[in-house]
Design a binder for this molecule. Sequence first.
Ligand code: SAM
Length: 262
Amino acid sequence: MSVSRLFVEADLAAGIEAPLKEAQVHYLRHVMRRPDGAPLLLFNGRDGEWRATLAGRGKKAAVAEVGDCTRAQAAEPDVWLCFAPVKRARIDYIAEKATELGVSVLQPVLTRHTAVERVNVERLRANAIEAAEQTERLSVPEVRAPVDLARLLAQWPEGRRLLMCDETGGGPPIAEALASLDAAARAAPWAVVVGPEGGFAEEELAAFRRIRDVMAVGLGPRILRADTAALAALACWQALVGDWRQPTPRLPTDYRTSKVTV
Ligand code: SAM
C-alpha cells in the first residue's frame, strides 16, 4: 500500500493525535479507500516528518495517531519566486512546479504589462500544499497576495539578492553569472524575478537597476513564456547555488510504501 503524505497544521510529536481536515478525511476514505490503521506520513513545516496511522473518530471524522519521526526538520534554501501573474492554468502550474523546485515564497507581482489582475491566493496555496506533499518537502512555500512591483522594490529586504530575468539582453548568461558568485553570495537569501507576457517596461528595468543586490541575467537566445522562464531560472539557481548541489538523499526503498498489511 502506498503511504499517503499529508501537510497538517498541528504540532507533531510521538503519541499525539493530529486532527485531519474534512477534505483530507474525504480524500483518504473515499478516494484512496484507506481503512483505520492505514499508514500516513505527516509534516507541518516545523517538526519534521512523522509516521502516523489513520484512526476514525465517530461516523465521519478521523485523526492521525502519530508514531515515530522519519526525518528531522531541515534548513531549506531561502529563494523567493516573484512572478507576474499569468492566466489560470499556467499560474497553477507555476505554483506547483516552483514548490517542487523548492521556493520558500511565491510572490505574484503586478507590473505595467501584467495581463491578469486577480489572483486566487487560496487556490495557489492549495496547489502548493499538494505539490509539497507529493515532492516530499518538509515545508510549504508561503503564498502571498499580489503586490505592485514598485512597492515590492521600494520595500526590498536588505541583503536579499535579486536574480532578475532580463529578456532585453541586460545581463550575462545565467550560468556564467551564478557560477561566479562567492560563498557569501551563495549563502544569502535570494529571489528570482520574471516579468509578464509583455515583458518589463523601461521604467521597471530602470527600477531594478537601483536595487543594490540585483543581478540581471539572460536565459538564452529564445523568448521564453513567463512560466517557462520562472522554472528554468529556478532550476539554474538550484543547480548552481541551491540544494541541487547536494547529493540526493538516499531513502530506504520501502520509504514510500508500507509493509503494513491492514
Ligand atoms: N517582451 C517579450 C514578450 O512580450 O513576449 C518577453 C516577455 S517573456 C514572455 C516574460 C518574462 O520571461 C520576461 O519578462 C523575462 O523575465 C523572462 N524571459 C523570457 N525569455 C527570457 C530570456 N531569453 N532571457 C531572460 N529572461 C527571459
